[in-house]
Design a binder for this molecule. Structure first.
Ligand code: PFF
Length: 446
């Protein structure tokens, strides 16, 4: 076991923001958010999403930050040491978080692998194979074939390489480098989109709300998207906060993380929707939006291959800073609870995820017929984590901090924020967040 004095810390406050924003910004913003917005009515969805981020997301990030920094442990250890009684029962909630992190990485690595393939194809000038009338076949035959498995394993290897560098030299350094590049690329690509002919139709879809599009299902999706995008409920923000200095202001960091994450989701939509409308594609293409619609769009753009390479590089960078954050939950658990060194901890985690991710990768090909409760492995892991484990984890973390952690710990951790703000956050964690999550969770399952 490591004690808190020998534990690593992030070196700078820039590192704090780069790592937490790096975790939050990922495929969830650039791949998932635009297609969710596109399928759920555009601007109205965006407004609802922002409400969820502010009303539930920010308090929950604060809750994870409080648990992480006050315990200076992984999610399992944090629950066990902070619980005033029944530490073992609460530690089981930590096990749920660790399980969720393993499952998320296992399907996320597959989609990240697709982005690696698309980047490689753009760089070698072959992205056109994925455009035109044959694009469905091209995408389907790629995801069903061995290259999909290959890229999934490459993602896990790249992820392991960063983790082996440790907290400062691996996670923090890589996030410090990748996040600024990501912002520059994103801004350049969204400005480029604004100059496309007919961009205004895409922008008005994104910014002119039509509240009649807000079905109950859209409300559920907006909340699920907020959880996924802010990496909530599994202990990511908790493990990163355990590496914060004791002077890092938690509420301000939570707000900055949520604001930058939302900004990226909006910029990603500004980059994608004008292009979608300008080239006559459908904004409702669903999960395939980025992979089937964009290659067509890039093919028809001046200097489209440069834009394509930049875009898929953006996705690759965003996905790696997220995979390292979900992995660190498990690696820190293995180091702190099992007494392993970092190398074997990373090796064990990577081996388990390689096995599970292979099942997910193959569920588009040889394992497509293997169904559990009607889901392929890929869909099962996606559904079980986003719709079940993350909301349950988030709800229990909220209840735990709201009801079971000493008020003085909360006040000390959230200082120097104004008392009224601390009170609003505590009340939200006690009542509003658990109630909202429970209602939406139950409605979602029904
Ligand atoms: N927030 C990441 C994204 O938007 O892509 C996904 C994610 C990262 C989910 C880390 C969960 C997690 F623990």
């Amino acid at each position: 076991m490591t004690n808190s004095t020998s534990r690593p810390r992030f070196a700078t406050s820039f590192g704090v923001i780069a790592t937490t924003v790096g975790s939050a910004v990922g495929l969830g913003n650039i791949w998932r958010f635009p297609y969710e917005t596109g399928s759920n009515g555009g601007a109205a969805f965006l407004i609802l999403y922002i409400i969820f981020v502010l009303a539930i997301g920010v308090p929950l990030i604060c809750a994870e930050f409080i648990m992480g920094r006050s315990s200076r442990l992984n999610i399992f250890g944090a629950f066990r040491t902070l619980a005033p009684a029944r530490g073992r029962t609460w530690a089981a909630v930590g096990c749920l978080g660790i399980l969720a992190a393993v499952l998320i990485l296992s399907f996320y690595a597959v989609v990240a692998g697709w982005t690696f393939e698309y980047l490689a194809e753009s760089l070698t000038g072959h992205l056109n194979d994925f455009s035109g009338p044959g694009r469905h076949t091209a995408f389907d035959s790629f995801t069903a074939g061995p290259r999909c498995l290959f890229w999934t394993l490459i993602v896990l290897a790249a992820n392991a390489a960063v983790l082996l560098g440790g907290v400062r030299k691996g996670i923090e350094r890589v996030s410090n480098i990748l996040m600024p590049i990501l912002f520059v690329l994103l801004i350049a690509l969204s400005v480029n989109s604004l100059f496309l002919p007919g961009a205004s139709v895409g922008l008005s879809f994104l910014f002119r709300p039509d509240f009649s599009a807000l079905t109950p299902a859209a409300v559920l999706s907006a909340m699920g998207q907020a959880f996924f995008s802010l990496s909530l409920g599994v202990g990511t923000m908790m493990i990163y906060a355990s590496y914060f200095s004791s002077r890092t202001p938690l509420i301000r960091s939570a707000l900055t993380t949520a604001a930058l994450d939302t900004l990226v989701a909006i910029l990603a939509s500004i980059m994608i929707f004008p292009a979608v409308f300008s080239f006559g594609a459908s904004p409702e293409a669903g999960p395939k939006l980025v992979f089937e619609v964009l290659p067509d769009i890039f093919a028809g753009m001046p200097a489209g291959s440069v834009a394509a390479a930049a875009f898929f590089l953006l996705l690759v960078l965003a996905s790696i800073t997220s995979t390292i954050s979900m992995s660190e939950i498990v690696v820190a658990f293995l180091i702190e609870q099992w007494g392993l060194r970092r190398i074997p901890a990373v090796a064990i985690h990577t081996a388990i995820c390689a096995l599970l991710a292979s099942l997910c990768a193959l569920s588009f090909g040889p394992l497509a017929h293997v169904k559990i409760a009607g889901f392929t492995f890929f869909n099962l892991f996606d559904f079980a984590t986003s719709n079940i484990l993350m909301p349950i984890g988030g709800c229990l973390i909220s209840i735990f901090v709201g009801w079971f952690i000493d008020r003085s710990v909360i006040n000390t951790q959230l200082a120097p924020a104004p008392a009224a703000l601390i009170r609003i956050i505590t009340l939200t964690l006690r009542y509003i967040a658990p109630a909202a999550i429970a209602i939406i969770f139950i409605a979602g399952l029904v």
